[in-house]
Design a protein around this ligand. Structure first.
Ligand SMILES: NC(=O)c1ccc[n+]([C@@H]2O[C@H](COP(=O)([O-])OP(=O)(O)OC[C@H]3O[C@@H](n4cnc5c(N)ncnc54)[C@H](O)[C@@H]3O)[C@@H](O)[C@H]2O)c1
Ligand SMILES: [Zn+2]
Ligand SMILES: [Zn+2]
Length: 365
């Protein structure tokens, strides 16, 4: 079928919405009419080829919509189901069989390698095959999505809100609930108050942490962090020594935990320095190089530095929990979202980059 999709043919170029061919779903896959798709920093990272997804490609990995057709063997979804999309996992490797799909051994191939789970592509443009992203490519009017990527959307949550929960929002919240599992008397530093960091802040509040320190360089984001549960803020643009500021807020010791959601090596180091001994520093941001002195920065102070994919979330298990918190008014992820028309995709990316909006969501019609 012919669909409209936002193509990227060359590194770093603007999105162009074009007509493209989409094949029918194969075994285990579904055809979904996309309702909306969130804009995540990772789309930008891939567009700029810091993660080298083969081009041409269609990005967009926080989609949602309504199923229009089923490939062979899909029994747990039916035509007409409202669904959210999350990351791709194979279900057959050792990590998947151990219940850790976020560590799937073919994660790189099926999320960033441009192919669907069976190793082939579904999209074609100007006679060339086009890469998929996260097994969905949801910056488009239709997407072929494997059933492993899908979650059932609850009836009482507006469908257009659901996409970002499948990536940025579960990543931030998952770092707290799935990995750190902190105690109520403990403290945390969250650096980078985008959708990932603010989801982390909301989860930290639910977990009852006594001190939640939000750090960013944009005052409006820090103000929102305070509304969503942070107890303190640090504006890194105006603070010469962030770890010293964190120590001053935590009895001189540093935070028990730090979660870095910036994607910047210097911020990861700052987070690591800001945790006390036996503390844990989690990296969620798409960070490139960082050199650390293992003995003096890690082993000596007995600190843990951990990188997590998708906050160790099993989407089909974890996302329903986040919706429960949303219904209870404790996890207001809708406050992070600003809607744009699909045609305004480049503006949505610009406004995200400038800090004007936190989570842009493109509506497809
Ligand atoms: N691990 C995963 O599975 C996963 C999933 C989703 C997103 N990500 C990554 O997580 C990161 C955050 O995503 P996002 O969508 O929230 O991005 P975002 O760009 O909206 O948020 C980044 C925030 O960092 C702040 N920042 C920039 N420089 C800073 C500094 N020096 N000190 C403090 N704050 C600073 C920005 O102002 C912004 O608020 C990205 O790198 C993204 O690629 C990773
Ligand atoms: Zn797997
Ligand atoms: Zn993402």
């Amino acid at each position: 079928m012919i669909i409209k999709a936002a193509v990227i043919e060359e590194e770093g170029q603007d999105f162009r919405i074009v007509d493209m061919e989409l094949d029918a779903p194969k075994a285990g896959e579904t055809l979904v009419k996309v309702a909306a798709c969130g804009v995540c920093h990772t789309d930008d990272v891939a567009r700029n080829q810091k993660v080298p997804v083969p081009l041409p490609a269609v990005f967009g990995h926080e989609g949602c919509g309504v199923i229009e057709a089923l490939g062979e063997g899909v029994t747990d979804f039916k035509v007409g189901d409202r669904v959210g999309f999350s990351y791709a996992w194979c279900g057959e490797c050792e990590a998947c069989r151990r219940g850790r799909p976020y560590g799937c051994e073919v994660n790189k191939d099926i999320n960033f390698g441009g192919v669907q789970l069976d190793g082939t592509k579904r999209l074609r443009y100007k006679g060339r095959e086009v890469s998929s992203f996260f097994g969905q490519s949801a910056f488009a009017t239709y997407a072929v999505v494997h059933r492993n990527n899908l979650i059932h959307a609850p009836e009482d949550v507006p469908l257009e809100l659901i996409g970002p929960v499948g990536c940025g929002i579960q990543t931030g919240a998952g770092a707290i609930f799935n990995y750190l599992r902190p105690g109520a008397d403990e403290s945390i530093l969250v650096t980078g108050c985008g959708a990932v960091g603010l989801s982390c802040v909301m989860a930290a509040k639910i977990a009852g942490l006594s001190r939640i320190i939000a750090c960013d360089i944009v005052d409006s984001r820090l103000e929102l962090a305070l509304e969503l549960g942070a107890t303190d803020t640090v504006n890194a643009a105006r603070t010469r020594d962030v770890p010293a500021a964190v120590r001053a807020m935590t009895g001189g010791l540093g935070a028990h935990y730090a979660v870095d959601c910036t994607g910047l090596g210097a911020c990861v180091r700052q987070s690591l320095v800001s945790v006390r001994s036996v503390g844990v520093c989690v990296v969620l941001g798409n960070t490139q190089d960082l050199t650390i002195h293992v003995e003096s920065e890690l082993v000596g102070p007995t600190k843990t530095l951990a990188g997590l994919v998708e906050g160790w979330s099993i989407p089909q298990v974890f996302i329903p929990k986040l919706f429960s918190y949303y219904r209870q008014g404790k996890f207001s992820f809708d406050r992070l979202i600003t809607f744009y028309d699909f045609e305004d995709i480049n503006k949505a990316f610009e406004d995200t980059k400038s800090g004007k909006v936190i989570k842009a969501v493109l509506k497809m019609n």
